[in-house]
Design a protein around this ligand. Structure first.
Ligand code: ADP
Ligand code: MG
Length: 336
């Protein structure tokens, strides 16, 4: 049995061991690989302040695949930008694989981005360098991760085989279809064997069949190397492939939908994928109570029960009930 240490990943030589996530799992197996606490992000635009995250908590275990859903503007990309080390929060704490990403020095940020995380964006134009061949694109993260020469060439062939694009080393992105480009983008994101893969709507511009290929490849990489994955998506079928779906509302986690059974590892066909859903038969939808006891009630419940402002809380032995608050009418004073 290998003796994994809990040191930050960059202190280890990437070529020497397979996969990076297991190295990040140290003595405390219950500690999450990603732990974000009370993240706040405020963007200042001229005199206006936009609150993109307002006290977001998120824990993700090593090897877990989490989908993040939410209306446009709910803070999904902001959260991913913070996790990728591209942006800093205005307040709060976020630790990823022993790196506090809210307090990285420039040198640590560089190491973190080169070794710990890989990312895929929606537009493959943002993922790949158009003037580089497929092999050169794959070589960028390998070189940054100090994987060169024979080891790099071996890794490039292995990756291209893994995504079903063996022999495309000398092609340029423009010579590939949109789906093929996104497969290469995914290979670039995992080439240096990061502990964490962050994907922001990676299937947003793809048809359902191609989206299925991408998400299944992500699942495959995740299973092979115990990769921890956070994927932002609007597609319920993509979310249904995850272990857990976190819904953001107004910059906070509102609900979590958890798979009842672990993914069986079987590939879905196009029809099964198109019908995949987060139903009560396969998933449990739960409301998230944050560290200080706050929760968000689902909007339909709030509207249907006319809950607003204050509620009455009835505490029972093992549960609580919330009742809409209707103040008792005051007796009218007798007019003399
Ligand atoms: P999502 O990815 O869920 O659509 P974002 O994280 O992109 O949401 O945005 C959350 C909020 O923050 C939105 O109101 C958006 O307009 C605002 N926002 C995001 N990035 C910036 C920025 N660079 N400057 C100003 N406001 C921003
Ligand atoms: Mg976004």
């Amino acid at each position: 049995m290998q003796n994994f240490s809990c040191k930050p990943v960059p202190e280890l030589v990437p070529e020497l061991t397979e996969g990076c996530a297991p190295r990040c799992r140290g003595k405390d197996m219950s500690a999450p690989l990603i732990a974000c606490e009370n993240l706040v992000k405020i963007y200042k635009v001229a005199d206006l302040e936009v609150v993109a995250l307002q006290g977001l908590d998120l824990d993700v275990q090593a090897g877990e695949m989490v989908a993040v859903m939410g209306a446009s503007g709910s803070g999904k990309s902001t959260q991913l930008n913070i996790l990728s080390g591209l942006d800093s929060p205005s307040a709060g704490r976020c630790v990823v694989a022993n790196y506090d990403v809210t307090q990285l020095t420039p040198a640590q940020r560089l190491r973190y981005r080169r070794h710990v995380v890989g990312y895929v964006w929606q537009q493959s134009g943002r993922n790949l360098i158009a003037s580089y061949t497929v092999a050169q694109n794959l070589d960028v993260p390998l070189w940054a991760g100090a994987i060169t020469g024979k080891a790099a060439r071996r890794r490039i062939s292995e990756l291209l085989e893994g995504i079903g694009l063996a022999g495309t080393e000398e092609k340029y992105p423009a010579q590939l279809s949109g789906g093929e480009q996104q497969r290469v983008s995914l290979a670039v994101a995992v080439a240096h064997r990061p502990a964490v893969l962050l994907a922001d709507e990676p299937t947003g511009e793809l048809d359902s069949a191609t989206a299925r290929q991408i998400i299944q490849l992500i699942r495959q990489f995740q299973q092979q190397s115990n990769l921890t994955v956070i994927v932002v998506t609007h597609d319920v079928a993509v979310a249904a492939m995850a272990d857990r779906v976190v819904a953001l509302r107004d910059g906070r986690t509102s609900t979590e939908t958890v798979r009842r059974a672990a993914w069986d590892g079987n590939a879905l066909d196009d029809e099964q994928f198109a019908q995949a859903a987060l139903t009560a038969a396969t998933h449990d939808e739960l409301i998230v109570v944050d560290r200080v006891g706050r929760l968000q009630l689902p909007r339909d419940v709030v509207e249907a029960l006319g809950i607003s402002g204050r509620v009455n809380l009835h505490r029972a032995a093992d549960h609580v009930e919330l009742w809409p608050y209707h103040p008792a009418p005051q007796p009218k004073e007798e007019v003399q």
